[in-house]
Every structure is written in structure tokens, then in C-alpha cells.
Design a protein around this ligand. Structure first.
Ligand SMILES: CC(C)(COP(=O)(O)OP(=O)(O)OC[C@H]1O[C@@H](n2cnc3c(N)ncnc32)[C@H](O)[C@@H]1OP(=O)(O)O)[C@@H](O)C(=O)NCCC(=O)NCCS
Length: 159
């Protein structure tokens, strides 16, 4: 996996469950996954990476895949608040994109809160473009920005 960066990025395992719940402890309640959701995300048709720094899990990116679809979905991306701004999310995103490409996916897709300008900037700088705005997407009624990036298997990728 990737060592070129602040953190070491590796695939997540069931042993990371408590650490993943812990990262979200300071997040607003509506942006946290219950432990049972994390359990589900660490199994099934998902692919989760974690960023590890000095032996501690400090971030994660989780991808979902649908049978018969060449679109991977970035379901969640998060970094511990005290370690943000060091390029860890970018590392996680790159690892997820590489894994999705290896699985034959042509595009990565995601939704972000319209108000989450840091995340939207990160995605734009990483090659994602807005393909739709979905009003009322979030439980509090907030609009989602849907973004997409062509991966290496896509004809529209700029290889
Ligand atoms: C969004 C999030 C994952 C970014 O993690 P991070 O490790 O701090 O991001 P990085 O250090 O890799 O930053 C990469 C880019 O993101 C943008 N960015 C991230 N944090 C930023 C900040 N505080 N201010 C401005 N831009 C920021 C910048 O474009 C940055 O690129 P640059 O270094 O060339 O300026 C993190 O803030 C987080 O966990 N937020 C809460 C969960 C969340 O909102 N996830 C996204 C859901 S769609």
C-alpha cells in the first residue's frame, strides 16, 4: 500500500472497528455512523482503507461497489481532526481510486454536503467534477453535490 506521505495507508480489517468509531467521536451526531454500520462496512461489497500514523488509525476511506456497475462510490472519507491539512485524505483517496481501478471500475462517484467546502475543494483538486446537485439529500434537508472522476479504465480519463 502507499507509504509516500505522512501516513501509511492499508486495507482496513475487523480489528480496526473501535478505531474507526473513535475517529468520528467528535463529529456532529448526524455525520457519525453507528458501530453496527461500521461493522457492516468492514464486510460485504465494500473496500475500506485506513491511514495509520505511529500505529494509530487516523483516517479512513470506504468505497461501495454494485454488482454489474463500473462506478465505485466513495461512501465516507474522514481524517482525525487534529491531523487534518497534512494530505492524509488525499492519500486515502488515491489508495481508494487505485483499488477501484484495479477492480475494473471506470468512475468514482461521491456526494458531499454543499456546505462542506473543504471536502469539495479536496475533490476538485483531485480531479472530481460536479455532475449533479441533489436537493434534500441529507436528513437535515441539505443539498448534496454529486461529483465524479474518471478512473484509469475510463475512455475519458486523462491518462
Ligand atoms: C474533508 C477531510 C477528509 C479532509 O482531510 P485532510 O486530511 O485534512 O485533507 P488533506 O490534508 O488531504 O487536504 C487535501 C486538500 O483538501 C482541501 N482542504 C482540506 N482541508 C482544508 C482546510 N482546512 N482548508 C482549506 N482546504 C482544505 C485542500 O484543497 C487540500 O489541498 P491542498 O493541500 O493542495 O491545499 C477532513 O476535513 C474531514 O475528515 N472532515 C470531516 C469529514 C468529512 O467532511 N468528510 C468528507 C465527506 S464528503
Amino acid at each position: 500500500m502507499s507509504d509516500a506521505g505522512v501516513a501509511h495507508v492499508r486495507l482496513a480489517s475487523a480489528a480496526d472497528l473501535d478505531a474507526l468509531v473513535g475517529i468520528e467521536e467528535t463529529f456532529p451526531a448526524e455525520d457519525r455512523f453507528p458501530k453496527r454500520t461500521w461493522k457492516r462496512l468492514l464486510s460485504g461489497n465494500t473496500l475500506a482503507h485506513v491511514a495509520v500514523l505511529d500505529g494509530t488509525v487516523v483516517g479512513t476511506a470506504v468505497l461501495l461497489f454494485r454488482r454489474g456497475s463500473r462506478v465505485a462510490r466513495l461512501y465516507t472519507l474522514s481524517v482525525a481532526p487534529e491531523l487534518r491539512g497534512k494530505g492524509i485524505a488525499r492519500q486515502l483517496l488515491a489508495a481508494g481510486e487505485a483499488a477501484a481501478t484495479q477492480k475494473g471500475c471506470e468512475h468514482m462517484r461521491l456526494e458531499a454536503r454543499e456546505s462542506n467546502q473543504h471536502a469539495i475543494l479536496l475533490y476538485e483538486r483531485s480531479g472530481y467534477r460536479v455532475i449533479a446537485r441533489v436537493s434534500g439529500y441529507y436528513p437535515n434537508g441539505e443539498t448534496a453535490v454529486r461529483m465524479e472522476k474518471p478512473l484509469g479504465n475510463s475512455e475519458s480519463s486523462s491518462r
